[in-house]
Design a protein around this ligand. Structure first.
Ligand code: PLP
Ligand code: TYF
Length: 397
């Protein structure tokens, strides 16, 4: 049966983590996977999460099935974070939300749903993007095309290239956009550029699909919601996948959501009924635990404040690591100006390191990064940063 099954290539990010784990060097550093670590090099368990979880456990609640789309309190909490407290879209019943298995699950449920609309149009992802965007949309049966996004000279958004690409796409192309903290480049659009993208989506009748995996990691929860809010004002129908993996440090609990903005309450009811069919035939209904934690935190004023403070601490620590890396690279004799690292947003820096330089870091120093030069700044800390800065300065010299 399996004679002709070929060995699949390793996932580049998980493959790198395997190599890191197998590395015997005590001072090895994993800047590969997109995970936030504390200054002690640990994945944090947030105090807000601990408190919510303790209260949940004390309840000894039964674990019956929850609705296919997840609990309504969870879905409303997600909508409020994304669209704001007094969103007219929410009030008018124009947002449909389903709890999904992480942001990944939300992307896949959304992709499956769009595929069932039989629009016969491709999905467009940014060049470059998070590796799994292509995989998810291809697995859902889409032809996947790319739009220009990054300008390696300015290290910013190649906006002219992006506009040209978007304008060339056929009607009903699904355009996957990073709502903030672009993975892997850290380059985000300005508000004015977002407005232009919205105009193109309108005039070319494209389907916007915003991927929000890092809300709160750039400037704050509200500030990072700007793209979603602009789309919300546009009158367009669109998709948002969101995730609490990073913002709650709940990676393994797989807590995310798919939200769809429709034209009316009536449309919402029909869309939700079809969304449930997609979910039913994939995994039936989401797990209980992670979503219950997020709901408890988001709906308790006290826990919510605690969470926002902890999220701000994560965000600030990343920023301070960016600043430290820039100054330590200069101190280590790097000729190149690395100021761009401070302008990049979110967990990553697209460092500009070549595949050969990345390989040397791994071989000679036990420092693991993606071959594209993406490094996870959120994995730097006060103990490993000198080593990392010295090693980078050496391999680029
Ligand atoms: N989208 C982007 C751009 C991401 O970087 C990630 C995670 O790294 C996700 C979605 C999905 O994350 P998860 O499925 O862990 O919630
Ligand atoms: O580092 C990244 O870009 C991600 C990490 O379910 C990741 O690929 C790992 C597991 C997962 C989602 C994202």
């Amino acid at each position: 049966l399996f004679h002709s099954v070929q060995l699949a290539p390793k996932d580049p990010i998980f493959g790198l983590t395997e190599a890191y784990v197998a590395d015997q060097r005590a001072d090895k550093v994993n800047l590969g996977v997109g995970v936030y670590y504390t200054d002690e090099g640990k994945i944090p368990l947030l105090q807000a999460v601990i408190k919510a979880e303790e209260a949940l456990v004390a309840k000894h609640a039964p674990r019956g099935y929850i609705p296919m789309e997840g609990p309504s309190q969870y879905n409303l909490a997600v909508q409020t974070l994304l669209f704001g407290n007094d969103s007219s879209l929410i009030k008018d019943g124009r947002v449909v939300t389903a709890e999904c298995i992480g942001g990944t699950g939300a992307l896949r449920v959304g992709a499956d749903f769009i595929k069932r609309l039989n629009l016969n149009a491709p999905a467009a992802i940014s060049n470059p993007t998070w590796e799994n965007h292509r995989g998810i949309f291809e697995a859902a049966g889409f032809d996947v095309v790319e739009y220009s996004y990054f300008d390696s000279k300015t290290r910013g958004v190649d906006f002219d290239g992006m506009v040209k690409s978007l304008e060339s796409f056929p009607k009903n192309t699904t355009v996957v956009l990073h709502a903030c903290c672009h993975n892997p480049t850290g380059a985000d659009m300005t508000e004015a550029q977002w407005r232009q993208v919205i105009d193109i989506c309108k005039s070319k009748e494209l389907i916007p699909f915003l991927d929000m995996a890092y809300q709160g990691f750039a400037d704050g929860i509200e500030q990072d919601g700007v793209a979603v809010r602009l789309f919300a004002q546009s009158g367009l129908s669109f998709f948002v996948s969101s995730s609490f993996s990073k913002s709650f440090s709940l990676y393994g609990e797989r807590v995310g959501a798919l939200s769809i903005v429709t034209e009316s309450k009536d449309e919402s009811a029909r869309v939700m009924s079809q969304l449930k069919r997609v979910i039913r035939t994939n995994y039936s209904n989401p797990p209980t635990h992670g979503g219950a934690i997020a709901t408890a935190v988001l709906t308790s004023p006290e826990l919510r404040q605690l969470w926002e403070d902890e999220l701000a601490q994560m965000r600030e620590r990343i920023k301070s690591m960016r600043e430290a890396l820039v100054s330590k690279l200069a101190a280590a004799g790097a000729k190149q100006d690395f100021e761009f690292i401070n302008a990049q947003r979110g967990m990553f820096s697209y460092s500009g390191l070549t595949p050969e330089q990345v390989e040397r870091l791994q071989k000679e120093d036990g420092i693991y990064a993606l071959s594209t030069g993406r490094i996870c700044v959120a994995a730097l800390n006060t103990k490993n940063i000198d080593k990392v800065a010295t090693a980078i300065a050496r391999v680029i010299a």
